[in-house]
Design a protein around this ligand. Structure first.
Ligand code: UDP
Length: 330
């Protein structure tokens, strides 16, 4: 115990929750973030913060070679599926080059373990199994998904050439927030369903648009697998313990799918308010159904989601957003 971790993107949604989980276990944590989408206020007191852009290889190398890291975790990325369809080269270039820089810097500094925030967007092909396990065909449905897959490939070469062991966690829909209320979800602009539905319930936004009501699903809206961000954080910690001698890739979800209309119903139960909504056209790049088969990480590491119930996930998100009308501030 008492290990040292460097977390890129530690000022962002998932990264900041991983930082809390590591601190809770008594580890020392440093955060590297360019604050393009993250928030300085999301980095807790006592955590060293490096305001660095991973596109700058020399600056990245300086931070990585400053410490003897037991592991480096990489969350920093641009991450909007819809945007990536409009700006494919920007997404591919940005995520690939920043990923290449951090992986190369870690390899050359002799880092042994690397945790990577990958995505269910790897599985965007027309024929997806349900649920989706690690053996499902990888066919990214968007440039965003492709950019994450490219980093998984870089990590395979870092393992063969440098012995850098990695854990790629392909999470499905990370949602919710720290149950102690220390962190939350604050994207600018917000594009994710759960926070948008909560804001609509609180009367902070006009009607929620439901992108596509004619999908071949039980109620016509898309189905996603929502996993509590604290469970995602735990999964990273469990996976890092697994990679002494080999690299792994795990799918992370609850194994249950909820439709966009079922999210609205959950927000209504939790908030006691109606969620005004209106039908809108499908969003490009959205598969109809994404549900994870997470049995591999469960079997190999003992990880299991602690917050399985949708209303628990939504409730933690609701509490933080209600208490923080301006999120992390301006
Ligand atoms: N969605 C929606 N309206 C919104 C935002 C999202 O209908 O304003 C839908 C989106 O099309 C998808 C689901 O909600 O079917 C989850 O989208 P989100 O962006 O939260 O996560 P993603 O699945 O893209 O990672």
């Amino acid at each position: 115990l008492g290990m040292r971790y460097l977390v890129t993107g530690g000022a962002g949604f998932v990264g900041s929750h991983v930082v809390l989980a590591l601190l809770d276990q008594g580890h020392e944590v440093c955060v590297l973030d360019n604050l393009s989408t993250g928030h300085r206020a999301a980095v807790p007191e006592g955590v060293t913060f490096h305001h660095v852009d991973l596109i700058d290889y020399q600056a990245t190398k300086n931070v990585v070679s400053q410490g003897r890291w037991d592991a480096v975790l990489h969350f920093a990325a641009i991450s909007l599926v819809g945007d990536s369809m409009q700006a494919p080269f920007h997404y591919l270039r940005q995520n690939y080059l920043t990923g290449l820089n951090i992986v190369q810097a870690c390899s050359e500094a002799g880092v042994r373990k690397f945790g990577f925030s990958s995505t269910a967007a790897l599985f965007g092909g027309p024929e997806r199994p349900d649920p989706i396990g690690e053996t499902a065909e990888i066919q990214p449905g968007s440039p965003y998904g492709e950019s994450k897959f490219l980093i998984e490939r870089i990590l395979q070469w870092a393992d063969s050439a440098y012995g850098l062991k990695s854990a790629c966690l392909r999470y499905f829909n990370a949602a919710g927030s720290d149950v102690a209320g220390r962190a939350g979800e604050d994207h600018r602009p917000e594009t994710h369903l759960v926070p948008l539905a909560i804001d609509a319930a609180l009367g902070r936004r006009p009607a929620l648009k439901i992108f596509g009501t004619d999908y071949p699903t039980r109620d016509g809206s898309c189905i996603r697998d929502y996993v509590h961000v604290a469970d995602v954080a735990e999964a990273h910690i469990c996976a890092l313990e697994q990679i002494e001698t080999r690299s792994v890739a795990y799918n992370i979800g609850n194994g249950r799918g909820y439709s966009n209309f079922e999210i609205i119903q959950s927000v209504e139960r939790v908030s006691g308010c109606k969620v005004p909504w209106k039908a809108a056209p499908r969003r490009q790049g959205d598969p109809a159904v994404l549900i994870a088969d997470s049995t591999t990480i469960q079997r190999e590491t003992g990880w299991a989601p602690k917050f399985e119930k949708l209303d628990q996930i939504v409730e933690s998100a609701f509490r933080w957003r209600k208490a923080h009308p301006n999120g992390y501030g301006d």
